[in-house]
Design a protein around this ligand. Structure first.
Ligand code: NAD
Length: 462
């Protein structure tokens, strides 16, 4: 695993302007595994200038040519699948199986989907006596988090390139190595110099410089609601579009007619996967009063089986934050039925898979995003009560409904204020729009909806 000591700018690795670096720490053994440059505002400015210079030629390429480049990018990522998985395991701490099956495989699928969409999307359409052109929005500033580090990058960069935009990426400081691997794949794919640029660095320095840069046309951000709010305000003042993928506190609603054991077991697995660091995780399980104790018993047993096999959380800071929430849950009177604030290992940023029962909707652990392996179980009286609890947070990113009958589940899902709902354990679809209602964000990623974020329209009348 190699760490570049430069930034990827205008088609080559070049030295950063400042002397500062960021240590990358393996969350399993707390050892430093590499260092990358902490890019400055000057580095960001150079990258934006390179992206601006490359824009006219890239925007003018035929969609088929962009599709060919994206196919080459998909192939370059696929050729490095093992290296990607090993890198994500080293810097995020995710178990090797998960790194292969999700962290490495999913971005390859998504890159492939945009290779196809670039070739088939209707960049021109007829509306009465008008021809509507869907044109690239321009220079994109992409800012990504660490939880699915390569997926978050590809979910922004691939549609932006498919649209004909050029990009400056500022990846999360905890997981910059896989971002450097991505830049190598872009290079191997023969994507022209300046079309994609990478500046590693700290959020409040390089991230902020990118979000505030006057020559960036669209900021696409995934991360916390607090930072998203700032980025939205900056963009609003400059009258610019933003795409924001923010936090979540999703409900897993188990209706009385559902297969209780299956719904609870899948629900626990959903929350524990990636050590709970999934923005769309169903962290609030809602169970009918009469089935409540049975559900709690199943969930506690399921969580106990995971032990430390789920891997650590990403950093000491994140571990402290999650443990703080667990302590708060106990202090506010929730009943701990699995796990707890003590780490299951002496070394590494591990958190025990934790389940809370007797959680009420107003508790902090039922309202705020914990971003760790912590499940809360709430009880409801009837469907109206379940709906009130499900919709009763500032977030609306995802959710799940379980019922004996699919139509019953769909009827409930239609009333949920959220961007995605899995019906009876429905599978993830990399082409379905992903994004939030309410404070979970603005805009959508993936598939055609994700591509449309990077386009603006021009109408020609005849
Ligand atoms: P974060 O907001 O701290 O960081 C995300 C990115 O923003 C990082 O690259 C960081 O360096 C950068 N950043 C930080 N401060 C900045 C600033 N002032 N200006 C510009 N950029 C800045 O979030 P995080 O802790 O890395 O990620 C976890 C959060 O992300 C969780 O709340 C989670 O729900 C959310 N998330 C949402 C989605 C989604 O699709 N909705 C996906 C993944 C993560």
């Amino acid at each position: 695993m190699k760490a570049h000591d430069g930034i990827y700018l205008d088609g080559a690795w070049r030295p950063a302007t400042g002397p500062d670096t960021i240590d990358i720490v393996n969350p399993v053994d707390e050892q430093v595994i590499g260092r990358v440059p902490a890019g400055t505002a000057e580095d960001v400015d150079a990258a934006v200038r390179a992206a601006r210079a490359a824009l006219p030629a890239w925007a003018a390429t035929a969609p088929a040519e962009r599709a060919a480049h994206l196919t080459a990018l998909r192939d370059a990522l696929a050729a490095r699948q093992d290296e990607i998985a090993e890198t994500v395991t080293a810097e995020l701490g995710s178990p090797p199986k998960l790194s292969q099956a999700v962290h490495a495989a999913l971005p390859i699928t998504v890159a492939g989907s945009y290779a196809e969409l670039a070739a088939t999307y209707a960049f021109e359409e007829k509306v009465g006596n008008s021809t509507v052109l869907h044109e690239p929005i321009g220079v994109v500033g992409a800012i990504t988090p660490w939880n699915y580090p390569l997926h978050q990058i590809v979910a922004k960069v691939a549609p932006a390139l498919a649209a004909g935009c050029t990009v400056v990426l500022k990846p999360a400081e905890d997981t910059p190595l896989v971002a450097q691997l991505f830049a190598e794949a872009v290079h191997e794919a023969g994507i022209p110099a300046g079309v994609f640029n990478l500046v590693t660095g700290l959020g409040p320095v390089a991230g902020r410089a990118l979000a505030e840069h006057p020559d960036v046309d669209l900021v696409s951000f995934t991360g916390s609601t607090a930072v998203g709010r700032q980025i939205g305000a900056t963009a609003g003042a400059a009258v610019k579009k933003v795409a924001l993928e923010l936090g979540g506190k999703s409900a897993n609603v188990i209706l009385p007619s559902a297969d209780l054991a299956r719904a609870v077991n899948v629900g626990v697995a959903n929350v524990m996967s990636n050590s709970g660091q999934t923005c769309s995780a169903w962290t609030r399980m809602l169970v009918h009063r009469e089935q409540y104790e049975e559900a709690v018993r199943i969930a506690a047993a399921a969580a106990a089986k995971y032990g430390d096999r789920i891997g650590p959380v990403v950093s000491a800071k994140q571990q402290a934050r999650v443990r703080g929430y667990i302590e708060k849950g106990v202090a506010e009177g929730a009943r701990l039925v699995a796990g707890g604030p003590e780490s299951p290992r002496e070394q590494g940023y591990f958190v025990s898979p934790t389940v809370f029962a007797d959680v009420t909707p107003d508790m902090t652990i039922a309202q705020e995003e914990i971003f760790g392996p912590v499940l809360t179980i709430l009880s409801y009286e009837d469907e109206e009560d379940a709906l009130r609890i499900a919709n009763g947070t500032v977030y609306g990113l995802a959710g799940a409904v379980w019922a004996g009958d699919e139509e019953e589940a769909v009827a409930f899902a239609r009333r949920m204020d959220t961007g995605q709902v899995d019906i009876n354990g429905g599978r993830f679809n990399p082409l379905a729009p992903f994004g939030g209602y309410k404070q979970s964000g603005v805009g959508r990623e993936l598939g055609t909806h994700g591509l449309a974020e990077y386009l603006q329209t021009k109408s020609l009348q005849f």
